[in-house]
Ligand binder design. Structure first.
Ligand SMILES: [Ca+2]
Ligand SMILES: [Ca+2]
Length: 94
């Protein structure tokens, strides 16, 4: 269960609007701006707290994947594999 498609597009548009240099990453400060635009409360720990929690690859900035994970309220989604839908276990012989 992740964000619904409508929200996804909204997140994307906000992300792009705060990503001033359009490199696909936003800084901690830009992240706070994005949260504000989405009407999300900023954490008491501020941007640094957010980065600690959601900068899954410790790159020092937030990419869109980390951003959506943050909004979905699930840091694990960024740290783990959001799109790992390959073969699941099953008996298959041939
Ligand atoms: Ca940027
Ligand atoms: Ca990152």
């Amino acid at each position: 269960m992740t964000a619904v498609p409508g929200d996804f597009h909204r997140f994307q548009s906000v992300f792009e609007s705060v990503d001033r240099d359009h490199d696909g990453y936003i800084t901690a400060a830009e992240l706070l701006t994005a949260l504000d635009r989405l009407g999300r409360p900023a954490p008491s720990g501020g941007a640094e707290e957010l980065m600690r929690a959601y900068d899954a690859d410790h790159s020092g900035n937030i990419d869109f994947e980390e951003f959506t994970a943050l909004l979905a309220g699930s840091p694990d989604a960024a740290a783990g594999r959001p799109q790992s839908r390959e073969h699941t276990a099953g008996t298959h012989r041939g």
